[in-house]
Design a protein. Structure first.
Length: 310
């Protein structure tokens, strides 16, 4: 009997995911009916994007799990009708993309590349950057993405501090946790990378108080979630020179409104939520593996902790 899998996302996503998902399920030996239109009572799994029209999960009485297409789950984890397991997307393609983006922008700020790329004005600027071992980088958030980025930065020789809600142990990374650990992590951040999930506890984590704990002239790189930062507090810190630059890929409202002060600020780089994307081919493999696990009675991968929100 085929496994019935509902693809609950926008039509544009169906067009790019249908073939990779069909292939990945077949490679796992799963006889599946994959469709955007199935009777709720017949659905075994829901492949889901939080911008889907499906918001009430009550009719899906047979479903075993919701398999999220996105790494972020803040738009679904609090849904009171969702009472079955929820798995977030941890995809090696998405992870690699994030590692590349974070590494590129950390190196950009470490090497002072903007001074030369934007400084073609005839002035000779012979200031050499320090070695990576003399540059302190802090990564807030040591989940799958944060840990992968921290490991890469260690391989490049940076002095890396990591902070997470729960204690972690990552070779080469000074791992901190808790409120006291957060304060110490901020003080150790010549370059601060934000890769925390968005929860009630992390919203506005970077505010006037915590920004003031950064070293003078620190740089912020945020490919995590826009609401992690209090926008007004960041602009004030940039204007007074305490924060030297902010490279931001995520925002409270997306697309970022054309009149938002970030666009015109000389110390802000805006990138349009491109730090990393879920890759259909690799994401399909993750989803197919979770379906296989569900059918075999094995634990699902990457389950969300509803209490912590990620």
């Amino acid at each position: 009997m085929p496994v019935n899998i509902l693809f609950a996302a926008r039509a544009a996503q169906w067009r790019i995911y249908e073939a990779p998902l069909t292939k990945a399920l077949s490679e796992q030996g799963i006889d599946a009916t994959l469709s955007t239109d199935l009777a709720p009572e017949n659905v075994d799994y829901i492949i889901y994007a939080p911008d889907s029209t499906v918001q009430d999960f009550t009719p899906y009485t047979r479903a075993k799990a919701v398999l999220n297409l996105w790494a972020g789950v803040e738009n679904i984890v609090g849904n009171p009708t969702l009472r079955i397991p929820l798995a977030r997307m941890v995809d090696h393609g998405l992870t690699q993309g994030m590692v590349e983006w974070v590494t590129g922008h950390v190196l950009r700020h470490h090497l002072g590349m903007d001074r030369h790329i934007l400084g073609q004005d005839g002035e000779w600027r012979p200031d050499a950057p320090p070695l990576a071992s003399d540059r302190r980088v802090t990564v807030l958030g040591l989940g799958a993405l944060g840990e992968a980025c921290a490991r890469m930065l260690v391989r490049l020789g940076f002095a890396v501090t990591g902070w997470s809600r729960r204690p972690k142990d990552i070779p080469g990374v000074s791992c901190l946790s808790g409120d006291a650990g957060l304060h110490a992590a901020l003080k150790a951040a010549d370059i601060l990378v934000l890769l925390l999930p968005l929860t009630d506890e992390t919203e506005n984590l970077l505010n006037a108080d915590t920004l003031a704990r950064l070293p003078e002239g620190a740089v912020i790189v945020n490919p995590g979630r826009g609401p992690l930062i209090d926008d007004d507090a960041l602009l004030a810190a940039l204007d007074r020179g305490h924060v030297a630059h902010a490279t931001l890929d995520v925002f409270r409202v997306e697309p970022l409104p054309a009149d938002h002060p970030f666009w015109a600020h000389p110390k802000v780089t805006v990138t349009p939520h491109i730090a990393s994307e879920t890759r259909p081919e690799t994401a399909a493999q993750v989803i197919a593996e979770n379906v296989r696990r569900g059918e075999s009675g094995e634990p699902f991968l990457h389950l969300v902790d509803r209490e912590s929100g990620y």
